[in-house]
Design a protein. Structure first.
Length: 114
């Protein structure tokens, strides 16, 4: 199943009180739908969101997938780990300039017979 990978209210587009699109797909992958439920659960504690237990019941009824709390907890831990990795980068060192003799030139002419 296609999993959005960063599911949350901030990634939903609304019209007339309904979700009409989901944006922010750079973490999308084939996987377990409980992964997206885990992201929603995390986001529901961070951002104003609808009655989350009611939405979970609605999800079960409409999708036919039962919420597996153990798998959701697993994916919540994985989501927190991803957030840590994506949000913390080592300090950047200044780039060392490449010696001119080794620096490729975009202006070097090559012949058609090379």
């Amino acid at each position: 199943m296609l999993v959005q990978g960063d599911t949350g209210p901030g990634n939903f587009m609304y019209a007339d009180g309904r979700v009409v699109a989901v944006v922010d797909w750079e973490l999308a992958h084939l996987g377990d739908p409980m992964d997206d439920i885990a992201w929603l659960a995390l986001r529901a504690t961070q951002e104003p969101f609808t009655d989350f237990p009611a939405r979970l019941r609605e999800y079960e009824a409409l999708s036919g997938y039962a919420i597996d709390e153990a798998r959701v907890r697993y994916y919540q831990v994985m989501a927190e780990a991803k957030l840590q990795v994506m949000g913390h980068r080592p300090p950047q060192r200044p780039a060392m300039p490449m010696p001119a003799a080794r620096r490729p030139s975009i202006w070097t002419e090559t012949s058609a017979t090379d």
